[in-house]
Design a protein around this ligand. Structure first.
Ligand SMILES: NC(=O)c1ccc[n+]([C@@H]2O[C@H](COP(=O)([O-])OP(=O)(O)OC[C@H]3O[C@@H](n4cnc5c(N)ncnc54)[C@H](OP(=O)(O)O)[C@@H]3O)[C@@H](O)[C@H]2O)c1
Length: 272
């Protein structure tokens, strides 16, 4: 399992990284981040590595994934598995890497698709692309949760599902993508009610300057959108403080420009 893309060595903690509380204090925590080769997944994986996490990462393009692994802090234990989260064999391989790593403390379901671009109205949304979006954004995360719940329960771990404001707001053109994120949100909501030992968070990161966002606005200048790096402190705060299960917005946890320690309040609607 630990192939040429697996680098192992002594764990190194990044001095400048926000403190991430180890969920399993006896050893370095392990996180699985899907879609970790670029965008939000890449910078979040990097932030977790700086906080001492061992990483299991995936994405479909092996070369880009290799680039993300190469940029991790030296000494990070990482299993990088190229593959598609919608492929059951790939999910089994991720499960195998978790076993090899000794268990899992954090599952980040970040990989996802925008679906059709330019964004079509629901009246003409291509149903094949809609099905594919549900496979990537809903079925795959739930399938990974099913596979990994036993180890997450055992270690008192957490699940972080990346969602969107399109799950709740009615933006013209966003009906396909928004429907998948709404489904992921409700699945997360129910999971939080069903699982007592595992935290479940579903988080809207806000608009971010990434490849996916550019696909939503083809040909447009999106340089006014914040880089994904800007929301990493909010995510690390949520994870490190092990906030109650619930829906969060990164902007509420750590508003841009706010000095000091982020997240001095838990957004309403969160439940333990
Ligand atoms: N950017 C925004 O403004 C925004 C706003 C709200 C929510 N979000 C959510 O944030 C998450 C990350 O988005 P992003 O903007 O960072 O996207 P991105 O820049 O397009 O990155 C997506 C990552 O996921 C991987 N990926 C995509 N489909 C995959 C699949 N089927 N299997 C495995 N890996 C896959 C991609 O690599 P490969 O293509 O090589 O597989 C890449 O590493 C998504 O869930 C998105 O819905 C983004």
């Amino acid at each position: 399992m630990c192939s040429t893309r697996c680098g192992q060595g002594p764990m190194r903690h990044g001095a400048a990284a926000p403190s991430v509380t180890a969920m399993n204090a006896a050893q370095n925590p392990v996180a699985l981040v899907t879609g970790a080769s670029r965008g939000l997944g890449r910078v979040l994986a990097s932030g977790l590595a700086k906080g001492g996490y061992a990483l299991i990462m995936d994405a479909r393009d092996p070369a880009v994934l290799d680039g993300a692994v190469a940029a991790l802090p030296a000494g990070t234990r990482v299993w990088a598995l190229p593959g598609d989260v919608t492929d059951p064999a790939h999910r089994d391989a991720l499960h195998g890497a978790v076993t090899e790593a000794g268990g899992l403390d954090l599952l980040v379901n970040n990989a996802g698709t925008l679906g059709a671009s330019p964004l079509p109205p629901l009246a003409s949304y291509p149903l094949g692309q809609l099905r594919a979006s549900f496979e990537a954004n809903v079925i795959a995360p739930i399938a990974l949760i099913q596979l990994l719940l036993p180890t997450l329960r055992e270690r008192g771990g957490a699940i972080l599902n990346i969602t969107s404001d399109a799950a709740t707001a009615a933006y013209a053109g966003w009906g396909g993508y928004g429907a998948t994120k709404a489904a992921l949100e409700q699945a997360s909501n129910v999971l939080a009610a069903e699982e007592n030992t595992v935290r479940t968070w579903w988080v809207d990161p806000g608009d971010l300057r990434t490849a996916m966002h550019q696909r939503a606005f083809p040909g447009e200048d999106i340089s006014d959108r914040p880089l994904p790096e800007t929301v990493v402190p909010a995510f690390l705060w949520l994870i490190g403080e092990r906030l109650p299960s619930g829906r969060y917005r990164a902007a509420d946890l750590f508003p841009p420009g706010r000095p000091g320690v982020p997240g001095d309040r838990v957004p309403s609607g969160a439940h333990a």
